[in-house]
Design a protein around this ligand. Structure first.
Ligand SMILES: Nc1ncnc2c1ncn2[C@@H]1O[C@H](COP(=O)(O)OP(=O)(O)OP(=O)(O)O)[C@@H](O)[C@H]1O
Ligand code: SF4
Ligand SMILES: [Mg+2]
Length: 337
């Protein structure tokens, strides 16, 4: 078996929500939240994984933990077989060239005073390779993302949303990474510009054999460019599997609810109209048993007391539910009783 490019195994990330004095004053014995609790997945070379889930489910935290920007409480993140969580910052640094992150809010994350040339060639300076022909590199990178070389002189406020996204991609590509983590790369863009950015990702993946972890609220993005998808709820994966299989035969009620809440441009798609009711529970006060039971249309008594175990639904398709949706024909069906 070949070693996956990225392997995340039972990753846990905790955050302190208040200082010790405030916690004492408020009588909070455990002032932490588990933003990511026991997540496992891997990505092979050239593969695209989509990560979806409601706001606050822990998607960006996973990305930040992979990049070593927040510490893992436990579990491991391995890149090409090396456990990154065991490395000192100095020994971690070379891996930041192989993994590039496009942060959420790309316009806000581009320094307003730097020209596009400086922005996209900054990774060379950060990694001590700033002695190369930076004008040539800037031209090369702009071409890769479909921008002409005049853009090198522009400042971020002179870019449209789509152009800023392309600049973010160019910057991510600077050091020839093997993996790109893109956090909400199409958020806030018009549908036509979203399409252009998706085509850009698809082309780069084809030409460069990049592995991509794409985080998004937009299921159409997932559907069009990912090979596999994972669905997160309150810091856990509730389902993951091949994208087409999960879209047409979701096994977890949360997946079904998410899919049906998404506007679907394909008139032939099989979609039930099931909205997700209720509020997302607080991470400070997690529901007992299956944590989705407070919002699940199919919840039964057992769901309130017993956490469901991980069940394999096929090759690389798994979910956690006591009463999964059944698979009949190619469409979605009612939950099994
Ligand atoms: N540095 C931090 N300190 C404390 N809590 C944090 C920190 N970063 C994230 N959190 C909390 O961890 C949880 C997961 O946050 P995260 O940003 O990973 O969610 P997300 O799925 O990316 O959401 P969104 O879709 O809104 O971007 C949230 O409850 C968030 O408030
Ligand atoms: S275990 Fe029960 S509450 Fe949880 S998703 Fe399945 S049916 Fe719903
Ligand atoms: Mg996020």
């Amino acid at each position: 078996m070949t070693t996956p490019l990225l392997k995340v195994d039972d990753l846990r990330v905790r955050f302190r929500t208040m200082g010790p004095l405030k916690a004492l004053a408020k009588g909070v014995p455990d002032p932490y939240i588990d933003a990511v609790c026991g997540v496992s997945f891997d990505i092979s070379e050239g593969e695209t994984l989509g990560l979806v889930g409601e706001s606050g489910s822990g998607k960006s935290t996973i990305a930040r933990a992979i990049m070593g920007l927040v510490p893992a409480e436990s579990g491991s993140v391995s890149f090409a077989g090396t456990d990154l969580t065991a490395l000192s910052p100095r020994r971690f640094a070379p891996y930041r060239r192989d993994m590039a992150m496009m942060f959420q809010d790309p316009v806000g994350s581009l320094s307003p005073r730097l020209t596009v040339r400086s922005l996209i060639t900054e990774p060379f300076r950060i990694h001590g390779t700033g002695d190369r022909d930076l004008d040539g590199e800037a031209r090369r990178l702009l071409k890769m993302v479909g921008l002409n070389e005049d853009f090198a002189r522009r400042f971020p406020h002179q870019l449209s949303g789509g152009q800023a996204r392309r600049v973010g991609v160019a910057r991510a590509l600077a050091l020839n990474p093997k993996l790109i983590i893109a956090d909400e790369p199409t958020a806030g863009l018009d549908v036509s510009v979203q399409g252009e950015i998706l085509n850009l990702f698809a082309r780069l993946q084809d030409e460069l054999g990049l592995a991509i972890l794409i985080i998004t609220h937009n299921l159409n993005v997932v559907r069009h460019i990912t090979d596999r998808m994972a669905i997160m709820y309150l810091g856990r994966f509730v389902e993951q599997g091949p994208t087409e299989e999960v879209f047409y035969t979701p096994r977890h009620p949360y997946t079904e609810a998410l899919l049906s809440a998404n506007p679907e441009p394909d008139p032939d798609a099989v979609l039930d109209r099931i909205a997700i009711s209720g509020e997302v529970p607080s991470l400070m006060n997690r529901p007992s048993g299956c944590e989705f039971h407070t919002r699940c249309l199919y919840a039964q008594a057992k769901c309130r007391t017993e956490a469901p175990a991980l069940t394999e639904a096929g090759e690389s398709h798994s979910f956690t539910c006591h009463y999964p949706l059944t698979v009949a024909h190619t469409g979605r069906t009612k939950a099994a009783s």
